[in-house]
Design a protein around this ligand. Structure first.
Ligand SMILES: C=C(O[C@H]1C=CC=C(C(=O)O)[C@@H]1O)C(=O)O
Ligand SMILES: [Mg+2]
Length: 414
């Protein structure tokens, strides 16, 4: 039985799913032992403080807090998701290859231990036997709307690429919300399982805090993975489509590698990440030349980056330094984010946020792009594109479409 089907069969919330990109591990978590939601603006220092307090309560090395941080913590947020939301799950099923481990968390901070033991037992007794996920149905689309629409998108791209603006702000990653109105029920876990089938080399995760809303993502992009003091991150930016045959595919990949606009898009991310990590690290190394990262409908430029962190550097300093990277925000960070905040015309919420987990020895976060927010009667899809000098509005609009191609091909007849 796939772990994701087990998760979808359980009657409790939150339901959380996490699968790393190149780790063999998969996690399904249900219920919460502790829940930390930040509805008001919260910076990394406040998050760090809350985390240190939690960490001081237990010496258990296995404890993980799963959750996410919104793209922009200074604007409105989605209800339930907040500006940041982390959960110490009640139960976790962790699979590593053929090994399964069931983790049960008890919160004995305020509760009587006997009461908390009862709560945990109850959660175990409530576990339902899993049933297979039903095969995906194509949705009947009532309508589709895009925000910004094509006309507004063109204006925005022209504003960013205007000589005067781009001199000060060389990159802004503009994005679009595509809303699909439907009148049937879509199972987010079924959708995520199908998405996972198409892009095995991506992260897959989902957060469902209540029955009516789920945020799922099948993203290729790692924000960072930390093992003790070793840090892995990357510059993933620059995009083209896949070819219809091997020859065409290789030609497109070569064109992507040779293209100056796409190279620039990627270089800016690489340079920024290296600069941001340097004060926190004893060593930072990044690929000189990019490689091509292939997904089912598109291919990206990719540079791997590795750092040896200085002693005492914590996850929140890493988050602060990296998030949002110029692969989803822009450069300089503040001016790009201001532009997005003022002009994009919708709330990104957790789209392009950072989702993953904290643990004492190893933490991992993905960048929540290629994502969807599933609500009753509506599927919200998100796509962004890095606007730099040389960007053309129509080509970038097309890039947004290409980024939605996989999920749209699962949802609708194409
Ligand atoms: C912001 C997104 O993609 C980023 C990641 C890879 C390539 C990108 C690009 O070529 O523009 C974007 O920077 C998205 O998919 O929503
Ligand atoms: Mg691009």
């Amino acid at each position: 039985m796939p772990t994701i089907a087990w998760l979808a069969s359980q009657p409790c919330y939150p339901r959380i799913y996490w699968r790393g990109r190149d780790t063999q591990e998969e996690v399904a978590a249900i219920g919460s032992c502790k829940d930390f939601i930040f509805e008001d603006a919260v910076d990394d220092n406040q998050l760090s403080l809350a985390y240190q307090q939690q960490r001081a309560l237990s010496t258990n090395q296995d404890i993980r807090y799963y959750g996410g941080v919104a793209f922009d913590r200074d604007t409105d947020c989605w209800p339930e998701y907040g500006k940041a939301h982390f959960v110490l799950p009640r139960l976790e099923l962790r699979r590593s290859g053929h090994d399964y481990k069931l983790v049960i968390n008890l919160n004995i901070e305020n509760e009587e231990i006997e009461q908390e033991r009862q709560n945990a037992l109850q959660a175990l007794q409530q576990l339902a036997s899993p049933s297979p996920l039903s095969p995906p149905n194509k949705i009947h689309l009532l309508s589709r709307s895009d925000r910004p629409d094509h006309r507004r998108w063109t204006e925005l791209v022209n504003q960013v690429t205007h000589e005067k603006f781009i001199k000060q702000t060389p990159k802004v990653v503009l994005s679009r919300l595509t809303q699909l109105e439907i009148n049937e029920k879509v199972d987010p876990w079924m959708l995520l399982a199908s998405w996972q089938g198409r892009n095995q080399n991506s992260f897959q995760f989902g957060f469902q805090f209540s029955p009516d809303s789920a945020f799922i993502s099948c993203t290729p992009e790692r924000l960072y993975r930390r093992r003790q003091r070793e840090l892995f991150t990357e510059a993933l930016a620059g995009t083209t489509t896949r070819g219809l045959n091997e020859e065409e595919d290789a030609m497109l990949a070569q064109q992507l590698l040779d293209d100056s606009k796409n190279s620039h898009e990627n270089q800016l991310v690489r340079k920024h990440i290296v600069d941001a990590l340097t004060p926190l690290s004893n060593y930072v190394g990044a690929d000189e030349s990019p490689k091509v990262f292939k997904l089912s409908h598109i291919q990206h430029l990719h540079r791997a980056i590795r750092a040896e962190l200085k002693g005492g550097v914590n996850d929140f300093q890493i988050l602060q330094a990296l998030h949002p990277t110029p692969a989803v925000g822009g450069l300089p960070k503040e001016s790009a984010i201001n532009f997005i905040r003022q002009r994009e015309g919708y709330t990104r919420g957790w789209y392009a946020g950072a989702c993953g987990y904290f643990n004492k020895h190893e933490s991992e976060f993905a960048v929540a792009i290629r994502s969807a927010l599933i609500e009753p009667g509506r599927i919200n899809l998100f796509a962004g594109a890095g606007i730099v000098s040389g960007s053309e509005a129509d080509a970038e609009w097309h890039e947004l479409e290409n980024k939605l191609a996989t999920i749209l091909s699962i949802l609708t007849e194409v």
